[in-house]
Every structure is written in C-alpha cells, then in structure tokens.
Design a protein around this ligand. Structure first.
Ligand code: COA
Ligand code: AMP
Length: 627
C-alpha cells in the first residue's frame, strides 16, 4: 500500500499542492490565482480566478492537438440495430452547430436547459452544446414521469427543453412529447423553447409546437465557446433526498474538470485513445461523469449504449459490445451483472475471447454483494473493482485506484479512500468509531474538487442536509465501517433514500404521494432486499376506517399513483395493509424496525405491548408475502 498511502497522504496533508499539480493537466484560458479558498462553512471554493470551457476541454483541445480523427463516441444501439461512430472533429462540428442553434434561440450564459432524452448521441451533443455556451443543463432521466419533470422545470427555472420523439424500453416505444407537454402543463414556469430530436421511424404522437433538432442543426452556424469562471455552474442534476422535493446538485466547471481528469488517470487507469464504457444512462451522475465528460476530457473513446444488459437481444449484449469495440475499461452497476447471471446461468452467451481487450470491470451505484463480485471475477478472470460514490461527489470517494497502485480486493468493501476524501466513521455523537465499529460515513471538510459546492438556489438546504449533522464534516447519508487496514465497508443508507436497480429514489417522496390519497390514514415506505434489484420499495399502509373498497383495488391504485407521479422506475411491488404502524413514544414511525423485519435482520422490540403486537402483525404479513 506504500504508493497509494503516499499519494493519499499528500492529497490530505497538502491539498493545495496536490490539486495545483492536477490542475496543470487541463487547459485553462486564465490560470487560477490559487487552488482553493475556504468558505466560512468549511467547504472550499476551487480554482478561483481560473477560466475555462468544459466543452472546449472535451473537444477543441483534442482537435487542436491533431487528434481530430480519433473516435470520440460510439453509439451502439441494439434496440434500433445501429452502430455509429463520431470522430472528435465530427463531434466538435455538431456540438458547435447545435450551440449556434441554441444561441439563435436567444439562450445565453447562465440560462437553464432541461434535457429529457434517451441514450442517443444527440443527448451528448445537447449537453456539450449547453456547456459550450455556458447554459446550465439539467438532464432528467427518461424513466421519470411528467410530475418529476415539472418539479425540475420549476426549481431550475428552465428556459428551454431538449427532448426526443420517443425512447425505447427493450421493445416498448415510450413517446416523450406527451410527457413533456404534461410536464409543462403542470409546471408554473412555461419554457417556451422546446427542441426535439425526432427519429421519425415510429408512429408516435408528436407536438407541432416543438422544433426539430435536425432542421435547427442544418440551418445553424457553428458557435465558439464562452469563457467560464471556474466556479460557474456547468450543470444541475436533481437527485432524491429525504423529502418529496428532489435536490438540485450543482456542479462547477473548474473543479469538475480537474477531478474527472484526475479520476480517469488515478482511479480507472484510462488514457487518451483507450475505449471506456460506462453502461449507465445520461440521466444519472455516472452518465454525466463517465459517459460524457471524463472520457472526452481524457481524449478517450466513450460508448453511448442504448439497450439493457438483457433482452436486447440477450444476456450476451455487454460481452458483444466489449468485443466489438475493444473496450479497455468497463463500468456498470452490480444489478446489471445480477440480471445477466439470472438470465444466462450457464454463461452460454459468454466466451472468454469476447473480453480479451478488457483490463478492469468497475462496479458502483449500489452495494455489491459478495456473490455478484465473485461471479464477475470468476467469469471474467480480470480485476473487478467495487467503488463508491454519489451524485453529490460526482466522482469516486472510495476505490481501488488502478492508476496509483492496485491493491488486493476485499469482497464486501468498496475499497479505500480516494485522494482528497478524508473519510471517517462517526458515532451518533460525532466521536470517531474504532476499526470495525459501525457508524455514519462522513468526510472531513473541505471536500476535494468536483464535489457539489451547494444546492441550486438553496444553500440553506445544502448546509442543513449535509453540513449540520456533524460540524466540520460532510454527511454522506451512508452507514459503514472501516477495517484495520483502512478498507471501508458501506452497509447502506441511513436515511430515506433507497437504491432500486441502481436507481436512487426517495421513500419519503413515495410516502408523501400515498399519504395524499383519500384512502390512507398513515403509511411508511422502506427498502426491502431484492435478489435482482438490490432493493425494492415496500409500502405499509393503514387505511382510513371509512374505506370500504377491497384491498386489491386500493393496492392497484397505490401502485399506479406512484408510477404516474414518479415514474416507471419507482414502481412499488408490494403494498401491505396493517392496522397500525410501530411508533416511538413521541409518535415517530419506527422505520428501522420495519426495515429490519422486511430484511430479516436483528432488531430490538420496543417497550410497549401494543408495539410488540403491531410488530407481530407486520411479521406475519411479511411471512405470508414470502410464501
Ligand atoms: N424510460 C422509460 N422507462 C424506463 C426507463 C427509461 N429510461 N428505464 C427504466 N424504465 C422502466 C422499465 O421499462 C420498467 O418498466 P416496467 O415496470 O413497465 O417493466 C421500470 O422502469 C423498472 O425498470 P428497472 O428498474 O430498470 O427494471 P428492469 O426490470 O426494466 O431492468 C435491470 C432491470 C437490472 C436490467 C436494469 O435496471 C438495469 O440495467 N440496471 C442498471 C442501472 C444502471 O446502470 N444504473 C446506473 C448506476 S451506475
Ligand atoms: P447516486 O447518487 O444515485 O449515485 O447514489 C448514491 C448512493 O448509492 C450512495 O449514497 C450509496 O448509498 C449507494 N452506492 C453507490 N455506490 C455504492 C457502492 N459501491 N457500495 C455501496 N453503496 C453504493
């Protein structure tokens, strides 16, 4: 661990020196005055005085360096039978033209633009065109419903929306225009500019009011980049928090570019010319950082994959993509590996020569169970690295840093702290836990570059949600422990956030929706362990005494309501009706106990006989569900 320890210690003890060296690896228009300045709340302001443009770093730099013919992006879409490659020059041309089109629409630096698109190259072009003009994009995952879109339009104050005519879920066509129209109808702000990438190959409802991206691209003049201050926002990405309202994570330009550039080298060991594939969606942070920005800033080739690990057309699709495009480093979520394993138990779709090019598989997005890790290790016979991060950090906080010093893999651990992250396990009272003692995972301030500087127009919520729980620390919302060698084990969220098939969702938001239904007296939603998806939402509902309808009808209504309000990815599989919910003396629902009951883990029965009875009832219901 010597090399890793040396690099890590330097990053913690001499952050200014460490990050100044990393900042030299990107092209600045004006050099920063200093690496960082501390704010009064303990967070840092990165690379003040520096100016740059993230789209320029992703494209122009490489073209200017004579690498214009290198492949920047491969679009591999088994759902449309398409493979298309874009060189850096081609991508730059398209991005500059689309930036020209957006400028002609009157959009200027600082305007917010919602992007609601499937996994097509045009989504990346839209993101980079926004970055070029200094427009702040906010990508919304296509699995979210109109209501979620409306929340984001209003919170971001969006002036424009870029969308498509439809997405494809395996074989199901999802028309996007009706979702956009409903989202705009529900929002208070009404973005006037809506641009749509129209594939036109399916007969779907299309709005006459949306402008066609192709036509705009054809007519537009290429537009140059805008000089941005390091701390100017690049994007807002909304993520689930502990209330119904999503949190607008802000990402700056300078810190983000330096951190991502560093992560490609130090964590993923990826260099210019390598093929890097993150099988995620641009709607998630993994897609922002490792489909779009990091590989392009590095001058690598990225893959935009439109499909699923299974059924598009079979469980061998990931191995086919790796083989066909000679992928060097691959990144996916454990749930995708579990899906492949379930669908192809005898590995009929896998042949060792298909992954000859592959150096490393990285897994993240949710806890990686040991069985999935071992399955991937045995199958691939390559290093399989579990690493841990969040939308808030934007890049890994724990990892086995392949470009620094590959360390032995410990199953169950998401490895060791990444440079810049001073990770500590704290007790409830803020004191530090000993090795192996469970506690709250916190990071001593300041956070390294790339992490969220604040929440969009809500610094109060940022400080209350992340900084006030343990003064001097950023609170991650995860629980875990550290072993005697410094490996960190993440045991799961300690708040109302759950992870369903790698998708981050808020149980509090689901509770708000169910509680607002006329049939409900009370409810609690928790994450229950699931073999394929890691976790699935499970709802406990107390019905009003006046409710006379049968439980089947109400159950269907609740499931439907969640699906239409949040989206298909949030679908609740089980709704259990109970007489009462277990509570503390002060009336707080004992969600921990419900979680323990559902997940078969240890719990302490609370004092009163009534509570013991309620718990017994819940237990019986859960047992009935199991059988
Ligand atoms: N647009 C519209 N609907 C979407 C969608 C999108 N972009 N993404 C998912 N959905 C829908 C699905 O079609 C499904 O609908 P259904 O209930 O009508 O069948 C529902 O949302 C639930 O989707 P999901 O949770 O993804 O389950 P699944 O059974 O369709 O697929 C996996 C399971 C494991 C194959 C899939 O979740 C997967 O590939 N996960 C990896 C996720 C990932 O990479 N996360 C990023 C973190 S690194
Ligand atoms: P998201 O913001 O969507 O990336 O989700 C972040 C959350 O996912 C974290 O707070 C963790 O709870 C969980 N997570 C991500 N990666 C891992 C991992 N490798 N191990 C355990 N949990 C993880």
């Amino acid at each position: 661990m010597k090399t890793y320890q040396k690099v890590y210690q330097e990053s913690i003890e001499q952050p200014a020196l460490f990050w100044a060296k990393q900042a030299e690896k990107i092209t600045w228009f004006k050099q920063p005055h200093q690496p960082f300045k501390l704010n009064s709340n303990g967070t840092a302001h990165w690379f003040e005085g520096g100016t740059l443009n993230t789209s320029y770093l992703c494209l122009d730099v490489h073209v200017n360096n004579g690498l214009g013919d290198n492949i920047a992006l491969i679009y591999d879409s088994p759902v449309t039978n398409t493979i298309r490659k874009y060189s850096y020059s081609e991508l730059l041309h398209l991005v500059s033209k689309f930036a020209g089109a957006l400028k002609e629409k009157g959009l200027t630096k600082g305007d917010r633009v919602i992007i609601y698109m499937p996994m097509v190259p045009e989504a990346t072009i839209a993101m980079l065109a926004c970055a070029r003009l200094g427009l702040i994009h906010s990508v919304v995952f296509g699995g979210f419903a109109a209501h979620e879109l409306a929340l984001r339009i209003d919170d971001a104050g969006a002036k424009a929306i870029i969308t498509a005519d439809y997405g494809i879920e395996i074989q199901r066509i999802i028309p996007y225009h009706p979702i956009i129209e409903k989202g705009i109808e529900e929002s208070t702000l009404k973005p006037e500019i809506v641009i749509s990438f129209n594939r036109m190959t399916e007969d779907v409802p299309r709005s006459e009011h949306f402008e066609d991206m192709h036509s705009l691209l054809q007519a537009a003049k290429p537009e140059s980049y805008v000089e941005m201050a390091s701390e100017d926002p690049l994007y807002i990405l909304y993520t689930s928090g502990t209330t119904g309202k999503p949190k607008g994570i802000v990402r700056d330009n300078g810190g983000h570019a330096v951190a991502l550039r560093y992560s490609m080298e130090a964590v993923y060991n990826v260099k210019q010319g390598d093929v890097f594939w993150a099988a995620s969606d641009i709607g998630w942070v993994v897609g922002h950082s490792y489909i779009v920005y990091a590989p392009l800033i590095t001058g690598a080739t990225t893959i935009v994959f439109e499909g699923k690990p299974i059924k598009t057309p079979n469980a061998g699709t990931f191995w086919r993509v790796i083989d066909e495009h000679k992928v060097d480093v691959f990144f996916t979520a454990p749930t995708a590996i579990r899906a492949i394993r379930k669908e192809d138990p005898h590995n009929q779709f896998y042949k060792p020569e298909m992954t000859k090019s592959l150096r490393t598989l990285f897994l993240a997005g949710e806890r990686c169970d040991v069985s999935t890790l071992e399955y991937a290790q045995n199958l691939l016979q390559k290093p399989v690295i579990d690493h841990w991060w969040q939308t808030e950090s934007g890049w890994p906080m724990l990892a086995n840093m392949q470009g620094v010093e590959p360390l032995p893999v410990k199953p169950g651990s998401a490895s060791v702290p990444v440079s810049g992250y001073n990770i500590q396990i704290l007790h409830d009272d803020g004191t530090r836990a000993e090795a192996h003692e469970q506690g709250f995972v916190a990071i001593k301030l300041p956070l390294p570059p790339g992490c969220l500087p604040t929440l969009w127009q809500n610094n109060e919520r940022f400080e209350a949600g992340y900084l006030s729980r343990f003064p001097g620390y950023y609170f991650t919302g995860d629980g875990g422990y550290i072993d005697e060698e410094g490996y960190v084990f993440i045991t799961g969220r300690v708040d109302d956030v759950i992870n369903v098939a790698g998708h981050r969702l808020s149980t509090a938001e689901m509770e708000e929706i169910i509680a607002a239904m006329s049939c409900t007296a009370e409810c609690a939603v928790i994450g229950a362990a699931d073999e394929l998806k890691g976790e699935v939402p499970l709802a406990f509902v107390v019905l009003k005494d006046t409710e006379v309808r049968d439980q089947g009808t109400i159950r269907a209504e609740i499931k439907d309501k969640i699906r239409t309000e949040i989206g298909a990815v949030a679908s609740i599989k089980t709704v259990l009706f109970v007489e009462r919910l277990p509570k503390t003396r002060s009336g707080k629902i004992l969600r921990n106990i419900l979680r323990s009951l559902a997940n078969n883990t240890a719990y302490v029965v609370p004092g009163t006989i009534e509570d013991a009875l309620v718990i017994e009832e819940v237990k019986q219901l859960l047992e009935m569900r199991m059988h």
